[in-house]
Design a protein around this ligand. Structure first.
Ligand code: IVH
Length: 668
């Protein structure tokens, strides 16, 4: 490459990397994968190394991350939050170990002690504890200045507000990764898709989006977690090594990933990497590699750091779970809420051990933004989601015959009207009698995770709908042996089995019925919360949006959707019919015989982890009672910050006093 071409390429790469930094750090909406970003970054670094005079003074290789966005207060980190150099191959690790050994003058057979940790795919944060109390929490930002998100971090259950120790250090700064485990991530994305919102590409973006909410009530509804992995500035305690640090902080209740391990030399690192690769698919959270750190802090200090990353640590990235394949077709699919989703039918391809033949393209906006067409060669990736996503189109492979799928003018199944609700990206069929919706609703109702009606599969349901033997889910309970006998290849025995499994489904728990109704935004987990909070369908139907949002994890959108569901005369009719047929379960949790039967709780002070209403509900579900004042009969006082006279009284009477964390632990 000649000088001019190199200069041009450097300029382009620099601005492109900056653009991706903004998309990633500030908007939580990256357009490219980590691997693609790494490739751009590496190319720029190599070009700058061979022509240092061409490097731009504000080159992105000289800084750590994105600039903090203005809406939060900014905090300066006491010591910079560095990034890590990446390794991609075994050789990169051997080279790293050689460099470390050379630097410290180690020769012969001696080995370096390394701490290996899973590389969490989340958002880096810093927590500052002064005299044992959480004082400030912030994001990494550009590594020097981050955003103050203390209130949001306080909603994370794993983060102690007070260190559990009699003698806390005067200052303890710890860094860690906030992450969203896979199960809630999938649930969250499913809910977003049903609401016609673009889903997050991976759990990291979802975690970042949740943490950077200006309203911490929204953060509180997202079950974020944290693992801590590095000290910042510390006063009053002297850690000798990373392993010493990591074994000390959990005794104060700061969570550390239990898969962290101290190993010896390169061989130890290679074995650890292999172990983690094997476990990767079974972990309840996403990891995108392993981090290798020199254990001893004195050695770390000797090694020091470069501008962007320390010399004593390296991130060994896992290969991305990606593969290249061809889009054979794009088909509009109608879901049970009427949302029409473009689905790519792919030439089947193996993506790190899983055969993939379908990918959701989410919605038209998303599909158009990525410009995905029938016949395209594309890169698909499994990124925490069960259904893989198309991350990129290889436009250079285009032949010219590729075709776009236009937004349907009518429902592809019932021919009914299609609408795009303002503010939503979803395209919806609003046909009340759309057979595709009816089919999906009945399928959902009968599914194993819902009412679990054995034998009532898709083909069967389709025929029942075609023959008009059923129109809705309540009609299932009207079916008779004669109805079934009209089907080809149906014997008496089979009909009997079907009727038995339909009858058995009447006994399912309340949470399953709530889930089975297919209320928008109400997945299995939310259904369980609703079942234990309300105890019956009638109570749920009568609940106000306010009562609904008083439940932890139920936000205004979910509450509105539940309220809408029970406003529909058609839905109420179905519920009445279900009840007539004997489908009317009660909550599984019994109020008597719970762990706190007969126990009285008093909540006092400023509660930060839950509201008084939530606490009351939690206690009542376990058979206990929440009272307003402390007396001899009080069993527990739960005290938040600035608790006053009630706390004094509890202490006088010798009543057991719990912190919010201790109360939550008791509820586990
Ligand atoms: S150590 C100087 N340990 O990866 C030490 N980082 O690519 C800096 N990360 O910014 C970080 N898991 O957000 C460290 N066990 C771990 C990690 C970890 C995830 C993230 C962190 C960091 C990024 C660097």
């Amino acid at each position: 490459m000649d000088k001019t071409a190199a200069a041009q390429r450097i300029k382009w790469l620099s601005s492109e990397i900056e653009r991706h930094n903004r998309l990633y750090y500030e908007q939580d909406m990256p357009e490219i994968t980590d691997a693609e970003y790494d490739a751009l970054f590496r190319e720029l670094k190599e070009l700058e190394a061979s022509s240092p005079d061409l490097a731009l003074p504000d080159s992105p290789t000289g800084r750590v991350g994105g600039r903090p966005v203005a809406k939060f207060t900014q905090v300066r980190h006491t010591t910079p939050m560095l990034s890590l150099e990446n390794a991609f191959t075994e050789q990169d690790i051997i080279d790293f170990d050689d460099r470390v050994k050379r630097f410290v003058g180690l020769s012969g057979g001696a080995e370096i002690g390394y701490v290996c940790e899973p590389k969490m795919d989340g958002v880096a944060v810093e927590l500052v504890y002064r005299d044992g109390l959480l004082a400030i929490g912030s994001t990494r930002g550009d590594g020097l200045v981050g955003e103050e998100v203390t209130q949001n971090l306080k909603t994370i259950k794993d983060i102690p507000l007070r260190l559990q120790t009699e003698e806390p250090p005067g200052l303890l700064t710890v860094r860690g990764e906030v992450y969203l485990p896979l199960e809630p991530f999938r649930r969250f994305n499913q809910e977003r898709e049903e609401a016609g919102e673009p889903p997050f590409a991976n759990p990291r973006n979802a975690a970042a989006g949740s943490l950077r909410q200006l309203d911490s009530k929204i953060t509180a509804k997202r079950p974020l977690s944290i693992f801590c992995y590095a000290p910042g500035e510390v006063d009053g305690v002297a850690f000798q090594s990373q392993s010493h640090f990591l074994s000390t902080i959990p005794t104060w209740r700061i969570p550390v990933n239990p898969l962290t391990k101290l190993v010896s030399g390169v061989q130890g690192v290679l074995d650890y990497y292999r172990e983690m690769m094997e476990q990767r698919d079974d972990l309840p959270y996403e990891i995108d590699g392993v981090v290798v750190k020199v254990d001893r802090f004195s050695l770390q200090r000797d090694l020091g750091e470069k501008s962007r990353s320390p010399r004593w640590a390296i991130a060994w990235k896992f290969p991305p779970r990606q593969a290249t394949t061809v889009v054979n077709d794009i088909v509009p699919q109608v879901g049970r809420t009427g949302v029409i989703t473009p689905v790519a039918h792919l030439e089947p391809v193996n993506v790190s051990g899983v055969m993939v033949s379908r990918a959701t393209l989410h919605n038209w906006e998303e599909m158009e933004r990525k410009d995905i067409r029938r016949g395209d060669t594309v890169v698909v990736e499994r990124a925490g989601d069960v259904i893989p996503a198309v991350v990129q189109v290889l436009t250079e492979k285009r032949q010219g015959s590729e075709t776009l799928l236009p937004v349907p003018e009518a429902c592809p199944v019932c021919g009914g009207e299609v609408v795009r609700i303002p503010g939503e990206v979803a395209v919806r069929c609003v046909g009340l009698n759309c057979p595709a919706q009816a089919l999906e609703r009945v399928k959902h109702f009968a599914a194993r995770r819902a009412m679990d009606i054995d034998g009532l599969g898709e083909k069967f349901i389709e025929q029942l709908l075609n023959l008009k033997l059923i129109r809705n889910v309540a009609d299932i309970y009207r079916l008779t042996e004669e109805d079934f006998m009209q089907f080809e290849r149906m014997g008496k025995k089979l009909a009997e089995n079907l009727l038995n499994s339909i009858a058995a489904s009447k006994e399912r728990e309340l949470s399953r019925l709530i889930f089975a109704l297919g209320i928008r935004h109400v997945g299995e987990h939310t259904a369980k919360l609703l079942a234990s909070a309300f105890g019956s369908i009638e109570n749920l139907a009568a609940a106000s949006e306010e009562e609904l949002t008083s439940i932890r994890e139920v936000g205004p959108q979910v509450a509105a959707s539940i309220a809408d569901f029970f406003k529909s005369e058609e839905n109420l009719e179905v519920l009445r019919e279900l009840k007539e047929h004997g489908v009317n379960p009660k909550a599984e949790e019994k109020r008597v015989g719970g762990r706190f039967t007969g126990k009285t709780f008093v909540f006092t002070g400023a509660l930060e982890k839950f509201t008084r209403d939530e606490a009351k509900k939690m206690v009542e579900l376990e058979g206990g009672h929440a009272a307003g004042s402390v007396s001899k009969k009080t069993d527990y006082v739960v005290a938040g910050a600035d608790a006053g006279s009630k706390l004094d009284k509890a202490q006088q009477l010798g009543v057991r006093v719990l912190s919010e964390d201790e109360f939550l632990e008791l509820m586990q």
